[in-house]
Design a protein around this ligand. Structure first.
Ligand code: HEC
Length: 155
């Protein structure tokens, strides 16, 4: 869950892309798969957040498996670092801004912060800290929105 490990994963995926990129078509297929995969993981994170939001807003009266939801998002967030290797700006329709690749350090920082904040949310939920839950949930929302503002095209 450290920045170092995320960065290692990123260069691993980048190396893989280069390795399978013997012919242009293979590289494009690989990028198309990665783009689809990262969009699905983003949707999964969105569903997890929306489900938790129902509880936060008092719209359901039982406590969902909040810690597990939050931990799943943290696990997903760790993967984000590997899912935007160089060359994956094309091959399928993507809403990632070019800044993902031109401002890599900032992008990686945003990935690490989401990983940390969602892991913290899982910990707060596990500890049964109801008061802390709301604030930490908002911190995670801010990490999603902050990165989208900088790195995702308006959808
Ligand atoms: C580090 C930056 C970053 C963070 C943090 C981030 N996202 Fe994203 N998100 C992106 C980028 C970039 C895209 C566009 C991906 C693409 O189209 O290739 C995206 C796309 C999406 C999409 C659209 C997927 C689709 O179907 O095309 C959703 C939904 C989404 N994010 C939800 C979330 C949620 C919820 C969180 C927080 C739990 C989050 N994101 C955190 C960068 C981020």
């Amino acid at each position: 869950m450290t920045a170092g490990r995320s960065l290692g994963a990123l260069s691993g995926a980048a190396a893989l892309l280069v390795l399978v990129g013997g012919s242009g078509a293979d590289a494009a297929d690989e990028a198309a798969g990665l783009i689809k995969y990262r969009q699905l993981l983003m949707q999964e994170a969105e569903a997890g957040m929306a489900a938790m939001d129902l509880y936060m807003k008092g719209q359901i009266d039982f406590k969902p498996a909040f810690a597990e939801r939050a931990a799943a998002i943290a696990a997903t967030a760790r993967d984000f670092a590997s899912l935007f290797p160089p060359g994956s700006d094309k091959g399928a329709k993507t809403n990632a801004k070019p800044d993902v690749w031109s401002n890599t350090m900032r992008f990686r920082g945003a990935v690490v912060r989401l990983t940390q904040e969602s892991a913290k949310l899982a910990a707060v939920a596990k500890a049964g800290d109801e008061a802390g839950l709301k604030a930490q949930f908002q911190n995670v929302v801010d990490r999603c929105d902050g990165c989208h503002e900088n790195f995702r095209l308006r959808m």
